[in-house]
Design a protein around this ligand. Structure first.
Ligand code: C5P
Length: 253
């Protein structure tokens, strides 16, 4: 069985592109989640549990996926609340043994610092600007016109996340190279909004291919629908792994 993300992360000699794929388990129940875990456990490195699955199946599904697949789980609940509540939520996440958990960066450093302090072993990722948002959405949300370009807001929030002790950020592949330049090589960059040329963007706005995301400096790509809805999800994951491998090779890795 694959899912040796920890080993892959520790390894300096071998690069396994599958370890860079985070599959979004955006499904409505535990049965479907375990079906995809079974299908993809040798093809991706991390399974992501987000709002849809967590609201329907609760913390037990996090444990079930972890035990079943034996690999890292990313709890993507994008915490956004007062510090005391986020501290409690982060402690609970830590008790579940998840590898990554997300917090919105839009509420500033004090919330991020509180989340990091409570995280105990969980890598906290700051969500910068959702990949489903474009320039017009930021204006509609009342974002200061000084940050009307998603890139400017992403960089501002990535800096904040880094200064607050977050392990990394979630941003689109379009901003990955600027975030890498600003935040340095040890900062984890996770990029959703991954689409191949034949994939539907759906609700995503700031999309790139897995190849471009990695070339731009992403450590991980988050992929949901392009794998979940593929006729052959294993093949779709394999195609993404080949893109990641090619990008890594061309970068001299
Ligand atoms: O189906 P698709 O590949 O668009 O799924 C992307 C996944 O990444 C979803 O689970 C979504 O919640 C998550 N995500 C995102 N944008 C962010 C953070 C997380 O799309 N900024």
């Amino acid at each position: 069985m694959f899912c040796s993300m920890k080993e892959r992360e520790a390894s300096t000699v071998s690069f396994d592109p599958r370890g860079r794929i985070i599959f979004a388990l955006d499904v409505p129940n535990t049965g479907d989640a375990l079906r995809y875990a079974r299908l993809l456990k040798d093809h991706v490195g991390v399974f992501k549990v987000g709002l849809e699955l967590f609201v329907s199946a609760g913390p037990e599904v996090v444990k079930a996926v972890h035990d079943y697949a034996g690999c890292g789980v990313f709890l993507d609940l994008k915490f956004h609340d007062i510090p005391a509540t986020v501290i409690g939520a982060m402690r609970s996440a830590s008790g579940l043994g998840v590898r990554f958990a997300t917090v919105h960066t839009s509420d500033g450093a004090s919330l991020l610092r509180a989340a990091v302090e409570a995280a105990a072993g969980v890598k906290v990722l700051g969500v910068t600007v959702l990949t489903s948002l474009g320039q017009a959405d930021l204006a509609e949300a009342g974002i200061d016109p000084a940050y009307k370009e998603p890139l400017d807001l992403v960089l501002h929030r990535a800096r904040l996340a880094k200064e607050s002790g977050c392990a990394g950020v979630v941003c689109s592949g379009r901003e990955a190279s600027a975030v890498r330049k600003t935040c340095g090589k040890d900062f984890v960059i996770v990029t959703p909004g991954i689409r191949g040329k034949d994939d539907h963007a759906g609700d995503q706005r700031r999309v790139v291919t897995a190849y471009d995301a990695v070339k731009n400096g992403a450590d991980y790509v988050v992929v949901g629908r392009p794998i979940r809805d593929a006729k052959d999800p294993q093949k779709a994951a394999g195609r993404i792994a080949s893109e990641i491998e090619r990008a890594h090779r061309e970068m001299g890795g």
